[in-house]
Design a protein around this ligand. Structure first.
Ligand SMILES: [Zn+2]
Length: 433
């Protein structure tokens, strides 16, 4: 992703916040319209109809009319795209956007360039046989480090080119998205990432994602996603505590929360950077990349349940949820899929953590501890995460699961079903804040 940190002036930031407000307002209206839809009702309005409604709303609503029409229309387009992709995107139905939490807007390029077919001939409209024009974002490179982009109502806004070397070229994009989160502005250009060609070595790699080791590779490497350091975590706790104790509406409270937000932004930036680098490395060095199939959404589902039926270990589960989301498992898989398109597989892999990668025997007791695996059937010893990733690398057509005949494993009997269960989480003591 071409995503850069933006440094608007104070006036520009104010103007961009109003753009955010307009985009959020329009998006939420669209969400509400579609939420009213029931099977027996007429279809909810599509993009074209919503654009007509927007024009009407702008005529009546002064606040809306004062905003930029392109920004508002792009919010509708984003909504239409999110709605169409709701089954495939992994985000589900478009949901309500909240102030301070989901601040952002999309800008369509103002430059118009003639569109061409892949073979270089001009693209013509089928009816009028006129040249088809497409939009292009207006960007200017100032020097090696800085560039600027035109944002409606703000003029030129500067952003820092953080990618060195070859990657520092400015992207050719039709649109870009500006986001504001944790006190930082970012710009992301909508460019389809170029796929990295396979190295052709025939190397297949399996990846097991976990909480203690973010990604264990089947060649024995273990990769860890950087998190906040112990010192930084202590700072987060300190500022949270101070802010919580400060008087409501006081400057100390605001300053405390701003510091917490700053540290969280640092963590998120580190995580994103790590995911980009790791996914590029994987796409460059491996022909086939296999991830174990995880359902992160289910895994991080709240343990709270209902008032009548309270769940167990709510606090621990909440801690694990934070751990999982902080590890960036989903982002790593997504970015690897973009960069090594067609070379990534999701392997539904039950028992990967308790099955021996040498003989295929499934036995809970083989997993001696969080880190060690020692097969009780053949005596194979290995790091537990590496063992799991070798299982993933073998894929579905790997070692067949042995039948559980009496005495075959030596110690287990056919009735001991619990021994083949995945170990249940006992996640006490994970370093989280
Ligand atoms: Zn074994």
């Amino acid at each position: 992703m071409s995503r850069f940190r933006m440094y608007p002036t104070r006036e520009q930031a104010e103007q961009m916040l109003t753009h955010c407000a307009h985009a959020r307002y329009v998006w939420n209206l669209a969400v509400e319209q579609h939420a009213h839809w029931r099977r027996w009702r007429k279809a909810a309005p599509g993009f074209a109809e919503q654009c007509r409604q927007l024009t009407e709303a702008r005529r009546e609503n002064e606040w809306l009319a004062a905003g930029n029409a392109d920004v508002q229309q792009q919010a509708l387009k984003d909504f239409a795209r999110a709605k169409n992709a709701r089954f495939t995107s992994g985000f589900g139905e478009p949901t309500w956007r909240k102030k301070f939490r989901h601040e952002g807007f999309r800008v369509i390029g103002t430059d118009r360039v003639p569109e061409h077919h892949e073979d270089g001939t001009a693209k013509l409209n089928a009816k009028t046989s006129k040249q088809v024009m497409s939009r292009l974002v207006v960007v200017q490179k100032l020097n090696r480090r800085w560039a600027q982009v035109k944002v409606p109502g703000c003029g030129w806004v500067r952003f820092r080119l953080s990618v060195r070397g070859k990657g520092a070229q400015l992207p050719d994009a039709k649109t870009f998205r500006v986001t504001f989160r944790n006190g930082q502005w970012h710009i992301a250009f909508a460019v389809i990432p170029e796929s990295i060609p396979a190295p052709g070595t025939g190397e297949v790699i399996g990846i097991d994602r976990g909480v203690t080791v973010t990604a264990a590779l089947s060649d024995g490497r273990t990769l860890n996603c950087p998190q906040l350091t112990v010192k930084e975590r202590a700072q987060v706790r300190k500022h949270q505590r101070r802010a919580a104790r400060a008087e409501k509406g006081s400057p100390e409270k605001a300053a405390g929360y701003a510091k917490v937000a700053n540290l969280k932004a640092r963590e998120a930036n580190r995580r994103k950077d790590w995911c980009e680098k790791t996914s590029t490395m994987l796409a460059r060095t491996c022909d086939l990349i296999r991830f174990e199939k995880l359902n992160i959404k289910n895994m991080t589902r709240s343990a709270k349940r209902t008032v009548d039926q309270p769940g167990k270990n709510v606090a621990q589960k909440a801690g694990l949820n934070r751990g999982i989301l902080a590890q960036g498992w989903g982002l790593l898989r997504q970015r690897t899929g973009h960069k090594a398109s067609g070379r990534v597989e999701d392997i539904p892999a039950p028992y990967t953590s308790v099955r021996c990668s040498a003989c295929g025997w499934i036995e809970k007791k083989s997993r001696k501890s969080q880190a060690d695996f020692a097969c009780i059937s053949c005596g194979f010893t290995c790091n537990a995460d590496t063992n799991a990733s070798i299982n993933v690398a073998a894929g579905q057509g790997g070692i067949p699961r042995p039948r559980r005949t009496a005495g075959a494993g030596g110690v287990t009997t056919a009735t001991s079903r619990s021994s083949a269960r995945e170990p249940q989480p006992t996640w006490v003591g994970i370093p989280l804040f």
